[in-house]
Design a protein around this ligand. Structure first.
Ligand code: F6P
Length: 325
């Protein structure tokens, strides 16, 4: 019997993020360079449970580098957290001859990867989430592109805000993490940033906006993370009632932040992570995640990733604040 090739299962899971496609491409082509083969698993863990597999060769991943989304599709699978379905998934992996699995996804998806590793499956994770809330890596796949989308949108909003002398409340994604909001605040020159990590009252927001008006600003941009306790619509209503100098408008950027062609930085990050994950898997490593650590592409244990919380550098909050004068 001819030697069986080392076979890698590959899936994308949870919320999609721009950069997943270049990562898929990197995994498939790096695997080929190790004489390994890749089986694509459709629809994240749901596809693993249902046995929805398709072989992925180097030609199948041509022309996807610049595309947002994921050619493997993705789902949020609640049932994969249950042992019964994990067992089904392992059974399917075994009958398809998979020797290891690469999971590209966010916190929940990496928890699923760790659960499989604990049951003896060789698994390597790749952080993919626009929120940048995954412990152990400086950046996750999707963050840079989402940040650029936000920056572009706010640049446009500022034009109209200035013309009309208005305050804009801009809601950005980030369910439990204000990373996008704070960084967007710095790169877009916002007057104020509101995050789950730094709660403020309606009165504090109103005062900051009125102060900006008194200092002669022609507009005010307030970026609000979706996970913040103050909600943009309530805040806008309250500010209009309080009369803060500017009239208020609300823009919720929503899922537009999750799409679009990945930036150059993103493609490079996704490619490096894909190559690293394949190297790790073929050399026998498991229960680890590819992680950007400064300029180095390293590996961190999934136990730590799934148990620790990533915090935002406090200097960024300070910077966003002092530069808003
Ligand atoms: O986790 C990424 C994220 O985009 C969050 O910022 C957001 O709260 C959530 O996904 C939205 O999820 P869905 O696409 O399932 O509505």
């Amino acid at each position: 019997m001819a030697n069986k090739k080392f076979t890698i299962g590959l899936l994308t899971s949870g919320g999609d993020s721009p950069g997943m496609n270049p990562c898929i491409r990197a995994v498939v082509r790096a695997a080929a360079s190790h004489d390994a083969q890749v089986i694509g698993i459709m629809d994240g863990y749901e596809g693993l449970i249902n046995g929805e597999f398709r072989p992925l060769g180097p030609r199948d991943v041509g022309g996807i580098m610049q595309r947002g989304g994921t050619i493997l599709q993705t789902r949020r699978s609640k049932r994969f957290m249950e042992k019964t379905y994990q067992r089904e998934a392992i059974r399917n992996m075994n009958s398809a001859g998979m020797d290891g699995l690469i999971v590209i996804g966010g916190e929940g998806s990496l928890k699923g990867a760790h659960a499989l590793a604990e049951q003896g499956i060789k698994v390597v994770g790749i952080p993919g989430s626009i929120d940048n809330d995954i412990w152990g890596t400086d950046m996750a796949i999707g963050v840079d592109t989402a940040m650029n989308t936000i920056m572009d949108a706010i640049d446009k909003l500022r034009d109209t805000a200035s013309s009309h002398g208005r305050a804009f409340l801009v809601e950005v994604m980030g369910r439990g993490c204000g990373y996008l909001a704070v960084l967007a605040g710095i790169v877009s020159g916002a007057e104020m940033v509101i995050t789950p990590e730094s709660p403020v009252t309606v009165e504090e927001v109103a005062k900051a906006v009125e102060d900006a008006y008194l200092r002669g600003k022609r507009h005010a941009i307030i970026i609000v993370a979706e996970g913040a306790s103050l909600k943009v619509v309530d805040l806008a209503r309250a500010m209009d009632e309080m009369d803060v100098g500017f009239t208020t408008r609300v823009t919720i950027l929503g899922h537009i932040q999750r799409g679009g062609s990945p930036t150059a930085f993103e493609r490079m990050l996704a490619t490096r992570m894909g190559v690293k994950a394949v190297e790790a898997l073929v050399s026998g490593q498991t229960d680890v995640m590819a992680a950007l650590q400064g300029r180095t592409m390293g590996l961190v244990p999934l136990t730590e990733v799934t148990n620790k919380t990533r915090s935002i550098n406090p200097e960024y909050f300070e910077m966003a604040h002092i530069l808003s004068r």
